[in-house]
Ligand binder design. Structure first.
Ligand SMILES: [Mn+2]
Length: 386
């Protein structure tokens, strides 16, 4: 039997980082739908993030995106976060929204464009110095659309050169997290398409370079938990970008499309020793049609539920069944944990922590939504490109 007190103790240490952009307006390439009460400033995004943390108790940090969250004084923004019970988390770079980046950023054939992209990445490290953020998250939209468009191998050389320059700039306690994505916006070849490419670059760079697993960035049918297990074995799992997908990079609420997959991932995290502060558990989602703050609360709860189930796996019984070659029993041990309703356990845990047992209901009755709809009138709502 699994020790429930130990499961609760582990759950108390959990931290899920929410992304500033999830609080702003978002959409598809067809339409960005505006919602009432959406933040106009990075400060208002942090106010909303503080509510998510207030009601869940496990969302103490917020990832920023530059330039969307650019402010004059990042030290003051870190203080603002602190005053709201939060810390600023990963700094996410953006080398995909300027016209200059049509053919890529750090992999672009023109050295001047590569320099511009690199300068932006270095500026992001300056921002980390000001905010106290430990992580620089790098995702490159770089790639090509047609065979022959550019030299695939030369593009890797350019990428390696830029990454090395950023790596050299990192201070003590700072690291860079390299995210991969198999396609989109490039349709023929992506320059960091998979974990192997990200891993190869990070291995060459050194211990401050690690891989980010965005759960939506794989081909259908990919065994993501195997990738997680492998990266943990190699000491190269730096972070997750959690979200879920039915088709491509859907950025839906994590655990919505496939809660069983999320459970399997969290099991490998725990089994591989990755359930520590060394791995950043971040959300990377967009709430295009649903109310944003409750959707983020739901997402955090989904991660919590998957984690609780993964912690409930009877590891001794599993190991015994595996040793005995008892296929059915081994699978049954895992499924028993997955099929456990952990919601009562989590309600109990929240009450022990002085929180409301149902975070969504608590948020709905808090009046925050009505208040931001009434107060956040005028100005320019935050969203893609703002
Ligand atoms: Mn991502």
């Amino acid at each position: 039997m699994t020790d429930l007190a130990a499961v609760k103790a582990a759950l108390r240490t959990q931290a899920v980082e929410t992304p500033s952009w999830a609080y702003g307006n978002s959409g598809t390439r067809f339409k960005v739908f505006a919602q009432e009460g959406v933040p106009r400033t990075p400060q208002e995004k942090l106010e909303d993030a503080a509510k998510v943390h207030e009601f869940t108790g496990v969302a103490p940090t917020v990832a920023l995106h530059i330039p969307w969250d650019r402010v004059d004084d990042f030290g003051a923004l870190a203080k603002f976060a602190d005053d709201h019970g939060l810390k600023l988390g990963a700094i996410n770079s953006n080398t995909f929204q300027d016209d200059d980046y049509r053919l890529g950023s750090v992999c672009h054939p023109d050295a001047a464009v590569r320099r511009k992209a690199l300068d932006h990445l270095l500026e992001c490290v300056d921002i980390m110095d000001a905010t106290g953020s430990a992580d620089l998250k790098l995702w490159f939209a770089d790639g090509t659309n047609y065979p022959g468009q550019d030299d695939l191998s030369a593009r890797q050389d350019r990428l390696a050169e830029a990454l090395a320059a950023v790596y050299a700039r990192l201070g003590d306690g700072q690291r860079m997290l390299l995210e991969y994505k198999f396609f989109e916006p490039a349709f023929y070849a992506t320059d960091v398409p998979d974990w192997g490419t990200a891993y190869a670059h990070c291995l060459k760079l050194g211990p401050k370079a690690q891989v980010v697993v965005d759960t939506g960035h794989h081909a259908p049918g990919t065994n993501i938990e195997f990738i997680v297990a492998t990266l943990l074995r190699e000491g190269k799992l730096g972070a997750f970008d959690f979200n879920s997908r039915f088709y491509a990079d859907d950025d839906l609420m994590v655990g919505a499309a496939d809660p069983f997959q999320l459970f399997r991932i969290m099991y490998e995290v725990i089994r591989g020793g990755g359930f520590t502060a060394d791995v950043a558990f971040m959300l990377d989602q967009c709430h295009n049609i649903e109310a944003k703050i409750p959707a983020i609360i739901r997402s955090v709860m989904n991660v919590q539920e998957a984690t609780a189930k993964a912690l409930l796996v009877d590891r001794d019984a599993l190991a015994a069944a595996q040793r005995a070659g008892d296929v059915l029993e081994a699978n049954a041990v895992v499924m028993d944990a997955y099929n456990t309703d952990v919601r009562p356990l989590l309600r109990e845990l929240r009450e022990e922590q002085g929180l409301a047992p149902d975070p969504i209901a608590a948020y709905r009755s808090s009046g925050w939504q009505e208040r931001i709809v009434a107060e956040r009138v005028g100005g320019r709502q935050a969203g893609w490109g703002a």
